[in-house]
Ligand binder design. Structure first.
Ligand code: ATP
Length: 497
């Protein structure tokens, strides 16, 4: 376990935090960590499988089956004085039992209030469950994600243990790829790489990327995405693209920019019409900045226990920070913040989450660039749109004639069907009010029709015929579009084109 984790946990113990909740799935790793912190005293463990056991051997210390967790806690509660260290494994199974909660609370309060009675309770579980009654007494301990220099040491240690030589330049490169993973996950991947090829070398970078995507996926809230789209795939939105190109220069030369006094770019909010390229811009920004793209699903952050949603959020943010520099794409952000300011349990959680998000984005000094996208800002609290949260707010409108021309060209070229005889200009009058996604759909359908009809290529008339049978978004979503325009008229926002 990294010395960082040991120091942090030791500082909680020294500060007499009565209950320390360690959320981790690898109990072995947690045991090693606790042992490094509690060096001279006996540690008393209660776990679901063995009951009261010896911490080192896990052999039962008490064979009486009536000696349950309540008895275990009660015995320590009854002690008059002294210092005790209790480890409760898989504690979340017991946290719906009022008696257990009451005992944990009593021991914690006695530790805080009674002289010479010090009991530190380590609750260890793979899941975070915090009952309301214990909220103020529990300190949640996250095993920190190792930094690059610590990762280098983990790789070196691993290779020494297996007696396999890993070259320094390989260590350097792999260490960067491992950023964002826990020590446990890093060792798992190293083991896999070693078993695959009997050595650790540069080619394992691909394996790391694949496995990292798996681990990040397992968080349930974040996803690493790989898209081929670049800014050349975007038709129009010139002002937005120009702005992003400037930020890309900063992002790609961060060291120099920071030394020069430039602020680290925070992020943008893209609001506007459906199907007009907001998601496309998020994807292309990752390519432009030459960094990974993570998508945050805020809907999945919401949990049912106290603090679970906030815990999920902070975990997702920590991973993004560890993977940084990166783009964090928060899609349909309006859905996550629905109900803020209203009364009711669920909205309390979203209000708290919203507060956390605002604080994070306002104060963040890391290289996670947020691209938030939305087409309904009517329910956004005013403070969300205030300057300082995002670097800029952009309005993505339905494409104008020139932009529609570009979008036709992009999608025709993508499918190898662009040729000079297609008179795109003549299509522009017919496609007023169509969004980028509509135009893409028209091109696709025209090409499919031509294939079915055994035509060598497509003509302007073929495109016109499909346009006539395709309803534009301005018609199919008339009310929604009007509502978007109305809500946007109330705020100050830059046009993207
Ligand atoms: P929503 O608000 O509904 O999520 P969106 O604004 O995020 O919509 P996209 O998902 O980016 O829209 O667009 C859908 C598809 O339409 C894109 O993948 C792309 O193929 C095409 N498209 C939309 N706008 C453009 C554009 N400006 N240039 C090129 N293609 C576009």
């Amino acid at each position: 376990m990294t010395s960082n984790a040991v120091h942090l946990l030791a500082s909680y113990v020294d500060a007499l935090r009565p209950i320390i909740y360690i959320k981790h799935f690898d109990f072995n790793a947690v045991d090693i960590l606790i042992k490094q912190v509690v060096t001279n005293q006996e540690i008393h463990e209660y776990n679901d499988a063995g009951g009261y056991v010896y911490f080192e051997s896990k052999n039962p210390k008490c064979y009486n089956i009536s000696y349950d967790i309540e008895t275990f806690l009660l015995n320590f509660y009854h002690e008059d004085d002294g210092e005790n260290f209790l480890v409760l494994k898989d504690i979340h199974f017991y946290l719906d039992n009022p008696k257990v909660i009451a005992l944990l609370k009593s021991i914690a309060l006695k530790t805080l209030n009674r002289e010479n009675f010090y009991t530190t309770i380590f609750m260890v579980a793979s899941k975070l469950v915090i009952p309301n009654e214990l909220e103020n007494l529990i300190t949640v301990f996250d095993i920190p994600i190792p930094q690059v220099n610590q990762i280098r040491n983990i790789i070196k240690q691993f290779s020494q243990n297996l007696n396999c030589n890993v070259e320094n330049n390989v260590i350097e490169e792999l260490a960067l790829s491992f950023k964002g993973l826990s020590e446990f996950e890093i060792i798992q991947i190293l083991n896999l790489a070693y078993q695959n090829g009997g050595a650790i070398n540069k080619d394992d970078k691909q394996l790391i990327i694949q496995e990292k995507e798996q681990f990040i996926k397992k968080t349930g809230t974040l996803e690493i995405l790989n898209f081929p789209e670049t800014i050349n795939d975007i038709g129009g939105l010139n002002k937005l693209i120009f702005w992003l190109q400037k930020k890309a220069k900063v992002f790609k030369n961060l060291d120099q920019a920071i030394k020069y006094g430039v602020d680290i770019p925070k992020g943008i909010l893209l609001v506007g019409m459906p199907g007009c390229g907001k998601s496309l811009v998020a994807k292309a920004t990752a390519r432009l900045f030459e960094v990974p793209l993570l998508r945050l699903d805020i809907g999945k952050l919401l949990g049912k226990y106290v603090g679970e949603s906030e815990e999920n959020f902070s975990k997702a943010i920590k991973i993004a920070e560890a993977v940084s520099p990166c783009i964090l794409w928060v899609d349909e952000i309006e859905k996550a913040f629905a109900g803020i300011g209203e009364s009711g349990g669920g909205s309390d959680v979203t209000t708290r989450l919203f507060g956390n998000f605002l604080t994070w984005i306002q104060e963040k000094e890391n290289t996670v660039f947020v691209v938030a996208t939305s087409n309904d800002i009517s329910k956004f609290p005013a403070e969300f749109l205030r300057k300082g949260r995002f670097d800029e707010l952009f309005f993505v409108d339905l494409p104008n004639g020139e932009e529609r021309k570009k979008i036709f060209e992009i999608h025709l070229k993508k499918r190898g069907k662009y040729h000079k005889n297609i008179d795109i200009i003549s299509l522009l009058d017919q496609t007023e009010g169509y969004c980028g996604a509509d135009i893409e759909a028209i091109v696709k359908e025209t090409i499919e029709n031509a294939f079915i009809d055994n035509k060598d290529t497509i003509s302007t008339d073929d495109l016109l015929a499909v346009i006539k049978s395709t309803e534009s978004i301005s018609k199919s979503l008339k009310k929604k579009i009007e509502k978007i325009r109305e809500s946007l008229s109330k705020i100050s926002i830059k046009p993207a084109s």
